[in-house]
Design a protein around this ligand. Structure first.
Ligand code: S3P
Length: 456
């Protein structure tokens, strides 16, 4: 997989308008959760449109290691899962290697924390740098214990061993950072604790866990409070297999839609994209920048709103993006930075501290990549300020070293989109990580008419 494979550089070139209608792979967050809950629930879960990216395949493998039956039907591409019920996870006989997948690692730690089993987690170089203390701290409250690398520097890093609680107790926890992964890890641990587990979050992060837990038959109560949202989950429910239709990932659609907006002459439509309001901050921002998003075929699938989105090339204008919007577009800042580079005037993106602990330190990866493309960008505290070019950004001067992607799929895809819109081509050092979330990205861009050359 990408972590060990030799780097594969790629170069995108301007000069081609993009046009056409495409579908993007299934939502990564929903795909992980469908295999976790499907692999736990009694009876059959049928998943349509699962993201077959490396991250999700790692979750499938880990769930199989813990006794779930998970198979892919070759003819239809449908995935089927069968579990043994809440509380019946089997101790994995080997290390759980989650590759690049932060969501897979953190949510599975939650699932295991309230099971009387021991599991060892590891991942690729990117995942082994990412903070795990944010999930181990609340999971210890259930009675789980963790032995992890990084203690000397006061960190909790993979590889890590979780010793799940034999007699878990329910927990009430205020999530200290806006993180759906932390919230979800606590809820998944709460599944096998008797009584009610309660999570409070100040800022509303993506709620796919809550929606899917309910879909599988858990009793979950979500109320708004003065401090934000209170989520109460009744422990030890009988989860039963369900049908899940995974919408196209809005975070993947974002690359095609921003490309359609910034490459002159383009007209792009993406079918069946998730429109969960906790994920649509980018769309709101693009509208404020002057884009028209043509939304059609709206419907609901497994509790999740979906629809088609169309855009045409538009001269965007710089805006200020408030910190409060960050949770609803946390994965979209790299591609927004590309849109901002093409916009007229300055774009200020506030409150991006969480970007420092993604697949890479995205805040610095974005700023360095923009500089390599001749775009003026500065980091002030937790804010990113991009001076738009009011047209195509310069792109890379001949001889500029390839943009470093640091095993980060979204950095790789964002700068490839930059090269489609800039005055000169853009080269990234490694597109291996794109397969974690968006297999077929390069081919889809080519289908739309874009030029990407893979290799040195
Ligand atoms: C995710 C939550 C977000 C997001 C990640 C997927 C999830 O992470 O960046 O890509 O599926 O819960 P945080 O919870 O760390 O913000």
């Amino acid at each position: 997989m990408s972590s060990a494979a030799p780097p594969v550089p790629a170069t995108s070139r301007p000069g081609h308008a993009l046009s056409g209608t495409i579908g993007v792979p299934g939502d990564k967050s929903i795909s992980h959760r469908s295999l976790m809950l499907g692999g736990l629930a009694v009876g059959e879960t049928v998943v349509h449109g699962l993201l077959e990216g490396e991250d999700v395949l790692r979750t499938a493998a880990a769930m199989r290691q813990m006794g779930a039956e998970i198979v892919r039907e070759e003819k239809t591409g449908i995935w089927r899962a069968r579990g043994r019920g809440v509380g019946a996870l089997v101790e994995p006989a080997d290390v759980l290697d989650l590759g690049n997948a932060g969501t897979g690692a953190r949510l599975l730690m939650g699932l295991i924390a309230a099971h009387p089993i021991v599991a060892v987690f590891t991942g690729d170089a990117s995942l082994r740098r990412r903070p795990m203390g944010r999930v181990t701290a609340p999971l210890e409250k259930f009675g789980a214990r963790f032995v992890a690398r990084g203690r000397a520097e006061g960190k909790v890093l993979l590889p890590l061993t979780v010793i799940g609680a034999s007699d878990p107790v329910p927990v009430e926890y205020v999530v200290p950072v806006p993180s759906a992964q932390v919230k979800s890890a606590v809820l998944l641990a709460g599944l096998n604790a008797p009584g009610t587990t309660i999570v409070h979050e100040k800022e509303g992060t993506r709620d796919h866990s809550e929606l899917m837990l309910r879909h599988f038959g858990a009793e979950i109560d979500v109320t708004r409070t003065d401090q934000g949202t209170r989520i109460a989950l009744k422990g030890q429910p009988e989860l039963t297999g369900r049908e899940v239709r995974v919408p196209g990932d809005p975070s993947s659609a974002a690359f095609a839609l921003v490309a359609g907006l910034v490459v002159p002459g383009s007209d792009v439509r993406v079918r069946n994209v998730g429109l969960n309001p906790r994920r649509t901050g980018l769309y709101q921002t693009l509208r404020e920048m002057g884009a028209t998003l043509d939304i059609g075929n709206a419907s609901t699938q497994a509790g999740e709103p979906v629809g088609d989105i169309g855009v045409r090339f538009t001269q965007l204008s710089g805006v200020e993006v408030p910190a409060a919007r960050a949770p609803s577009m946390i994965d979209e800042y790299p591609i927004l930075a590309v849109a901002a580079s093409c916009a007229k005037g300055r774009t200020v993106m506030r409150g991006l501290n969480e970007l420092r602990v993604k697949e890479s330190d995205r805040l610095s990866a974005i700023a360095r990549g923009l500089a390599a493309c001749g775009v003026k960008a500065t980091i002030e505290g937790d804010d990113l300020i991009v001076e738009g070019n009011g047209g195509p950004p310069p792109g890379m001067e001949a001889g500029t070293p390839a943009i470093k992607t640091h095993l980060d799929h979204r950095i790789a895809m964002s700068f490839l989109v930059m090269g489609l819109a800039a005055a000169r081509p853009v080269t990234v050092d490694d597109i291996g990580a794109i397969a974690t979330s968006f297999p077929g990205f390069v081919e889809l861009v080519r289908t739309l008419g874009g030029e990407i050359k893979v290799g040195a």
